[in-house]
Design a protein around this ligand. Structure first.
Ligand code: PEP
Ligand code: MG
Length: 926
């Protein structure tokens, strides 16, 4: 960066030095303030200090940055002065400004903001005279002192139970004056608060509160840069994968006032419903208030639209008369402004082609736009908006598909309360349905406790008067969030929706006592640790624990899923071992089973006894006797699964895990087993001891079992083929694919294939009928990937077992990463947990090579993936890029995988289009 490069970008009076494309440099807020000016919308003038200055601040510190921006900031302030017709620092007509953060990605409430900057004792008097509204001026001034002192001077409560010193002064004065609400303070009262605040600040900090507006401004700018590195911002970035080097911009903007009386207001509007996705203009506002009042949830906000207001009244149990008198909508109180706001909202949505989240202020009957951004939304809203925007012609089908984050579909698939249980549950009260879903957990009142209890394996619901960004970790750890204060746009509501977490806000009838750690609702008192249940879709709060059931899916969801089929080239199968799971996956659109782990069928009822007999048998004769008992049970299970997947391929894997996983380890079951086998417990224990392996994951498992005990593979093959032939008799079409686990050498595969084919031929002869089947292998040992061409000579398909492949490529035990992985992730040694997100640079390269080698030997080789990564969107995108035919994942991840597969195809297509001039495709970096 050269010293002459511009650092400050101005906007105002429908002109701007930036635009919406400049988010990297100006942050989202700054770029959109410029854009709204260019669109001719009413925006108070101001300027943005670029994100590059945040990087310089981190590297070089305060004085380097201030020197660098000083002249440009002064020029920009002069420009604002001429547009606003007042002067920064004037005693009679002062220009007041807000100073706000704004990074490239929206980080709601994570960084700091200061309003009303520029006030001091003299200018407050001057402004009070000029406006003739001293109450408003002293109200603004006391707010400024509090915000500035908290953010810049770090005057805060000493501990979590201590009261905020500013709030304490206010509460004390309320008692003295015998009033309940802030609004009841007179100008004189507020002036007294200013005096008391300043005295307290001096006592705590040892210096006077700064009265020079320039000193205030530099302090505020550096505090915003500092807030980029505060704990909650750092945590939020980690959670949302936002790089630290993006930095925040600083927006300095002329103040407009929503607290100038009853024809002033402030609020937040959404062009569609952020919770449900419904296409209705909605939002909340407060008359005679400043922006932070809406977000902080200090007063209950009113709805902006009449329809929204009526809906709110119904759910809150407020009569129409009371609603109209106490909580009228903006559409009723200021119909013209409402119309203007709605028109601007719709224009913005059309312009950005996405739902907008808008902040506005009304100052004495004039509307001002303070922010617009693409609104955060629930998973359900994401789906509905995308589908409807496609239907409305706003988005193409591809764009609509790319708008939905696959992981967010999880929210739609989440359980809801079990109906029978719900009917019996005691309703404690009602709040606002801030973020949908159902949550049941033990009550905790502090974020730290939520984290601690969750770490201990408890399920918790975080109960707060209201949440602040400091509570973020606790909100992540909790199943659900309940707040006694705040509306649908309060911090708790916005953040919970962003996370897709159940939240009920504004349960005003609840009395929360942090000291006694109790929650009171009417006569019922609950304490920390008691169970509570929340319905984030209705706002109802229940006593005790309520069980949940699977969610029902909307027509929009089906429409989205249907759209995926128009684009995805990879198929999506499921990992299922029971007919129930197979059916569930099929309902979600699974196109087959990619992995049926036969060993999972061995644990139920009598089967485990026969399995144990087989394992503990002295010789082949004994094993065969036990296998003969297992055969009908295995065949019956497989018939169920093949039937559930009628007409679709089903990959059935032969026995894989180390055998000792099945033997009885507890004395009681050892005794039972010994009796069953007619041997002594001591003999049995000795047998178990001899089966012990030092590294069972690398031991006698996978195809090593099937090759050393071919009778196991024979029994399993027979069960599969007989099941398919039995179903054929009932005219049910099946496509079994027999999969050999843990192959490492071509000879291992060949030997297994011979056993399978020989057995199948034998069964065909016995039945006098044939069916089609395939024999293939898992690729989960690195050596298999290295010699994949040779293995493909006998394998008709490969399925990448990326759980084992990751384990063996990294040399990390699948079951023991807990001791070092958190450290590796925190310290950047690993970017992701490789067992969740495919390691494309290492494991992915083995897959890519194996796929290419396999195809070179057998061009019609089918390629699949059945490790956990088969349900992870970024891993799915990688699979698409290396030519995998299908991914296979657990039933509830099938919709996520279908969307991810469609997105991979769309993105890849786009890339190919844009690369059509660039003939050399980029090689993957190793
Ligand atoms: C794998 O290793 O990726 C796999 C699917 O098999 P399992 O998890 O059963 O070892
Ligand atoms: Mg495996």
């Amino acid at each position: 960066m050269t010293d002459t490069k511009k650092t400050v970008y101005t906007f105002g009076s429908k002109k701007a030095q930036g635009n919406a494309q400049m988010k990297d440099l100006l942050g989202g807020k700054g770029a959109n303030l410029c854009e709204m000016n260019l669109l001719g919308m009413p925006v108070p003038p101001g300027f943005t200090i670029s994100t590059e200055m945040c990087a310089l601040y981190s590297a070089g510190g305060r004085s380097i940055v201030l020197n660098r921006i000083k002249d440009e900031v002064q020029t920009a302030i002069t420009e604002m002065e001429s547009q606003m017709g007042n002067l920064f620092g004037s005693n009679t007509e002062p220009l007041l400004v807000s100073v706000r953060s704004g990074s490239r990605a929206s980080m709601p409430g994570m960084m700091d903001t200061i309003l009303n900057l520029g006030l001091n004792d003299k200018s407050a008097e001057g402004l009070a005279n000029k406006t003739g509204n001293p109450r408003f001026v002293w109200d603004s001034y006391r707010r400024f002192i509090q915000m500035y002192s908290e953010v810049v001077l770090h005057i805060k409560p000493l501990n979590r139970e201590a009261k905020n010193p500013f709030e304490e002064i206010i509460e004390e004065l309320k008692k003295v004056k015998n009033i309940k609400l802030d609004n009841e303070f007179t100008a004189e009262d507020l002036k007294e608060i200013v005096y008391l605040f300043k005295s307290m600040v001096k006592k705590v900090s040892g210096t006077d509160f700064p009265s020079d507006p320039w000193e205030q401004l530099w302090g505020a700018i550096t505090a915003v840069f500092d807030s980029w590195m505060n704990e909650r911002a750092v945590y939020y970035r980690q959670l949302n994968n936002i790089p630290e080097d993006w930095g925040t911009a600083v927006n300095v903007q002329a103040m407009v006032f929503g607290n100038m009386g009853i024809n002033s207001a402030t609020g937040v509007a959404f062009t569609r419903d952020a919770s449900t996705g419904e296409n209705i203009f909605n939002g909340e506002y407060l008359i005679n208030a400043q922006g932070e009042d809406v977000v902080a949830g200090i007063r209950t906000p009113q709805q902006i639209s009449l329809e929204g207001s009526k809906r709110w009244a119904t759910s809150a149990g407020v009569s129409e008369d009371e609603r109209f008198e106490k909580f009228p909508s903006l559409e009723e109180t200021m119909p013209k402004i409402f119309k203007e706001l709605q028109d601007i909202g719709l224009r913005l949505e059309e312009h950005y082609r996405d739902m907008q989240d808008i902040e506005f202020t009304i100052q004495e009957g004039q509307l001002w736009m303070l922010q617009t951004r693409n609104g955060k939304r629930t998973g359900a809203a994401m789906v509905k908006m995308s589908v409807e925007m496609f239907e409305e012609g706003i988005l193409t089908e591809k764009e609509a598909l790319l708008r939905v984050q696959p992981e967010r579909l999880d929210e739609l698939l989440h359980p809801v309360f079990e109906k029978n249980n719900l009917e019996k549950a005691v309703v404690l009260g009602q709040g606002l349905p801030a973020s949908p879903g159902a949550a049941s957990g033990q009550i905790v009142f502090f974020a730290e406790d939520a984290v601690k209890w969750a770490e201990e394996g408890k399920t918790v619901v975080l109960v707060r008067l209201e949440t602040s960004p400091e509570d973020l970790k606790g909100m992540v750890a909790a199943q659900g969030i309940l707040t006694a204060r705040g509306g649908m746009t309060s911090h708790a509501a916005v953040v919970a929706r962003g996370m897709g977490k159940c939240c009920v806000s504004g349960a005003e009838s609840f009395r929360i006592n942090y000291k006694t750690r109790t929650l009171k609702c009417g006569d019922i008192e609950l304490k920390e640790g008691d169970w509570i249940s929340l319905d984030g879709s209705t706002g109802k709060i229940y006593k005790g624990q309520i069980t949940t059931t699977a969610a029902t899916l909307s027509g929009d969801f089906d429409a989205l899923m249907n759209m995926t089929d128009n684009h995805a080239t990879m198929k999506v199968r499921t990992n299922a071992d029971t007919p129930q799971d197979a059916e569930a996956a099929r309902r979600f659109g699974a196109q087959g089973i990619g992995l049926c782990r036969t060993e999972h069928m061995f644990f139920e009822g009598d089967k485990i006894k026969a399995v144990r007999e087989m394992i503990l048998a002295e010789d082949k004769v004994g094993r065969n006797a036990a296998l003969a008992k297992l055969l009908p049970m295995q065949r019956q299970d497989l018939e169920g699964i093949l039937w559930a997947m009628e007409g679709l391929p089903v990959t059935i894997r032969l026995l894989d895990p180390p055998l000792h996983e099945f033997v009885p380890h507890e004395e009681a079951s050892q005794k039972e087993m010994a009796e069953e086998m007619d041997i002594s417990v001591a003999v049995l224990q000795e047998k178990i001891r001899t089966m012990h392996e030092s590294n069972p994951m690398l031991g006698h498992r996978g195809c090593r079992l099937g090759n050393t005990y071919p009778e196991i593979s024979e029994m399993q093959t027979r069960a599969i083929i007989e099941a398919a032939l039995n179903l054929k008799k009932a005219a049910i079409k099946t496509f079994p694919e027999i999969m050999i686990p843990l192959t490492g050498t071509p000879a291992e595969m060949e030997m297994q294939k011979k056993i399978v084919n020989k057995t199948a031929e034998q069964v065909f002869r016995e039945y006098g009928q044939r069916i089609d089947y395939k024999v293939g292998t898992m690729i989960e040992v690195p050596r298999a990937a290295l010699v994949a061409d040779k293995i493909a000579r006998s394998a008709e398909f490969f399925s990448f077992g990326t759980n084992d492949l990751t384990q063996m490529t990294f040399g990390y035990s699948r079951d023991d990463t807990g001791k070092f992985l958190p450290f590796y992730l925190e310290n950047g040694i690993l970017e992701n947990d490789p067992f969740q997100v495919l390691d494309q640079k290492g494991v992915g390269q083995l897959m890519k090579m194996a796929a290419a080698k396999g195809l070179s030997e057998r061009p019609d080789l089918k390629l699949g993936i059945c490790g956990e990564h088969g349900g992870d969107p970024s891993s799915i995108e990688f699979c698409h890029s290396i030519g995998i035919d299908y991914v296979s994942c657990s039933p509830f991840r099938v919709p996520i995988a279908r969307l991810a597969a469609a997105q991979a195809a769309i993105k890849n297509h786009k890339q190919i289009e844009s690369e059509s001039f660039n003939s050399q495709p980029e090689l993957l970096e190793i």
